[in-house]
Design a binder for this molecule. Structure first.
Ligand code: ATP
Length: 300
């Protein structure tokens, strides 16, 4: 069941077209990623979904309502890039204050613990590191026990360990039934967390699929290398649709192809009781898919 529907969204800032034509639906309980190069229109899109900006054209519904519906304030949690709090507010005060806005808030102490903020409860906002501010903003987005959480640049500024901890937290929140919309620059994050990803480029959806579907869709060549336990008749492999070419390097075989190459090759070997020793795979990644779709790499 769709909880967010965006159809033909368009948004300008003066003469700049920030979002040209974006459509997607987000299903209940999924982690939906929005990935794209700088300036692609990702933040503008989620700000329209969150009811913080008014589209110039197109329609958006969130839980069947118009994004500015006041009822959505307690159903949708939003963490935006560069959110700011008053400098003198302590972490504890911020968490207590935000809890008070909601009829059924989450346990803020538990959230603080999961986000590694317990030691910093007495610290003022101005004294927090960038990563701690980021973690506090995630806690505040989740504090109202939302049904949908919109998280923009969730882990930017976090060190690798804090990033992994945050991923675990996001997965555990999804496991409680919350739908999550994640804007990200990080391929690894998108690949690890997202059920589906919309790749946005120059204000349009360039592709929308599962991470595996995006990778498969670019049909990049794959290569397998292995040492067969007994000699292999090449025709066994070249007969497979997935295989384009077989090369020999001494006792090592190199099989080049596409699609589900690994499965096809290992299955046929298994039926002939041949073991693929030292098997190595060179496969396309989400990075390759991204570059192929946008013509840019993620940091450009
Ligand atoms: P990033 O990954 O850099 O955050 P983004 O994909 O989130 O980028 P947006 O922030 O939505 O992209 O910006 C889309 C376009 O709109 C860019 O060209 C940007 O410069 C422009 N833009 C964004 N916000 C404003 C604003 N408040 N006023 C004018 N132009 C804006």
């Amino acid at each position: 069941m769709a909880v967010i529907e965006v159809q033909n969204l368009r948004k300008y800032y003066g003469d700049t077209v920030a979002v040209r034509d974006v459509s997607f639906t987000v299903e209940r309980g999924e982690i939906f990623g929005i990935l794209g190069p700088n300036g692609a229109g990702k933040t503008t899109t989620v700000e329209c979904v969150a009811g913080l900006r008014t589209p110039d054209d197109g329609t958006i519904t969130v839980l069947g309502r118009e994004p500015r519906d006041p009822e959505l304030r307690r159903l949708v949690g939003v963490q935006l890039q560069e959110s700011q709090l008053p400098e003198k507010l302590t972490v504890r005060e911020a968490l207590e204050l935000y809890s008070a806005f909601y009829p059924e808030p989450a346990d803020w102490r538990a959230l603080a613990r999961e986000l590694g903020l317990t030691e910093r409860l007495g610290a003022r906002y101005a004294k927090l590191s960038g990563g701690q501010k980021q973690r506090l903003s995630i806690a505040l987005a989740l504090i109202g026990n939302p049904r949908i959480a919109i998280l923009d640049e969730l882990t930017t500024g976090l060190d690798p360990q804090a990033r992994r901890d945050t991923w675990d937290l996001i997965e555990s929140i999804r496991d409680t039934g919350v739908t999550i919309v994640l804007v990200t620059h990080f391929m690894e994050e998108a690949e690890r967390l997202c059920d589906r990803i919309a790749v946005i480029d120059r204000g349009k959806v360039a592709a929308l699929d599962t991470p595996a579907g995006l990778i498969a869709g670019i049909a990049v060549e794959q290569r397998l290398r292995f040492r067969p336990s007994t000699p292999v008749d090449d025709t066994l492999l070249t007969a497979l649709d997935e295989v384009r070419e077989v090369r020999h390097h001494g006792g090592q075989l190199e099989v080049i192809g596409a699609g589900n190459l690994l499965h096809a090759v290992t299955s046929v070997l298994a039926t002939h009781q041949i073991i693929a020793n030292d098997l190595r795979i060179e496969q396309a990644s989400l990075d390759d898919a991204f570059v192929r779709l946008t013509g840019r790499n993620e940091t450009e």
